[in-house]
Design a protein around this ligand. Sequence first.
Ligand SMILES: Cc1cc2nc3c(=O)[nH]c(=O)nc-3n(C[C@H](O)[C@H](O)[C@H](O)COP(=O)(O)OP(=O)(O)OC[C@H]3O[C@@H](n4cnc5c(N)ncnc54)[C@H](O)[C@@H]3O)c2cc1C
Length: 390
Amino acid sequence: MSNNVDFLIIGGGAMGSGTALSLAQGGHEVLLLERFEPGHVNGASHGTTRNFNPAYAQPEYLRLLQRANTLWDEISLQANTQLLTRTGLVNHGIVAEQRAMHQVLAGAGFASELLSIPEAQERFTGMKFETEVLHIPAGGQINADAAVSTMQALATGAGATIKHHHQALAIEVIDDELVRVRVRHQDSESTVSAKHLIVTAGAWTHHLLGVHNLPAIHVTEEHPVHFALSSTSAKFPGFNHIVDGRRDIGSRVFGPVYGMHTPGQGIKVGWHGSGQVTDPDHRKHQVIEEQILGLQQYAQRWLPEVDSQVYESVSCTYSNTDDENFILDRLGPITIGAGFSGHGFKFVPAIGEYLAGLALGTRGSEPLFSASSTQRAPLFLERRRALGIS
Ligand SMILES: Cc1cc2nc3c(=O)[nH]c(=O)nc-3n(C[C@H](O)[C@H](O)[C@H](O)COP(=O)(O)OP(=O)(O)OC[C@H]3O[C@@H](n4cnc5c(N)ncnc54)[C@H](O)[C@@H]3O)c2cc1C
């Protein structure tokens, strides 16, 4: 392993892998260090499904989405592996929001349609609807495990060096073009010097960079479940149910509901951002019984073709910023990609390109993603407080 590199990336999850791919295919020297083994389940990027939901209103996200929409297909072609399966995606719950989003998507080049309840019922037989539905045909599911391993393989093919079981312990900024990082591998420690450092360490970002001068990141342990299918013929798109707090949805509400079909595992359903705040190095890996019960009651009402008594839970971390907007910024010789707040996977190859551009100095950051905006609106905590989640 070279101890003197141009670009050093800490963190081989989805974001670090996407950045390594973009830099390596751009002809740049890249070393990526990942503390755990390939395919590990300790972070936020494991498992076989993530929703690709284009329903975003802010132009910053729409630009990233349009780019990711293209890049997922390009990378799949390069690797001859389909990473994004376009099953279609539905958003339902608050009609006014869906109608406004229908307009926004048209302007962003994403076709969508508003379906009446009978139309949606007929098309998506595995689900129940009580409001008009926004259907986005370009939506679908990304295979997270395959995406990470594919991007790492393509990056390595383009000349990147990827080292697993290498943990960055400390970062020392020497000047604007020199950072030293102490690294542990098995029982030995060494120092890597880099012209530029990219930190994509997910839930461990504050562990590595400290909390001062960075936006708050609340790490939560999330537990969606896979319910067994009771009918193999039922049709399921990806789905987001924005729960209208004034309506009874048949269970206590712990957040917006998201879900999708995970082939071979059933229907994945979760409350968004409802997990226990945790330290990523001391996770309990413990489900919250009342939230699981809530998901079962939800399934009984809204997912008639699943068996709500047969399920398996998944454990994974969210890195939530106060306003649930990402941190994509550069501070001197360090570029940071963090705070993906449970909705980052759909953007991965575009975020990789964005972070590579920041590191190369070929692009600037945007106020929405600034690492200096430490006073962000406390939307995440307020939503949890309103739902009685501590
Ligand atoms: C249950 C769940 C459901 C989700 N559903 C969706 C969805 O439907 N759609 C969507 O778009 N997004 C979704 N997401 C969000 C998405 O998965 C994340 O935004 C994304 O995976 C974040 O990637 P990351 O690379 O930042 O984090 P991680 O994958 O956690 O990567 C960080 C990496 O850094 C490594 N690391 C940390 N510290 C060090 C160190 N000191 N030295 C070396 N390596 C280090 C870690 O081991 C880890 O591999 C979901 C997330 C979860 C948890």
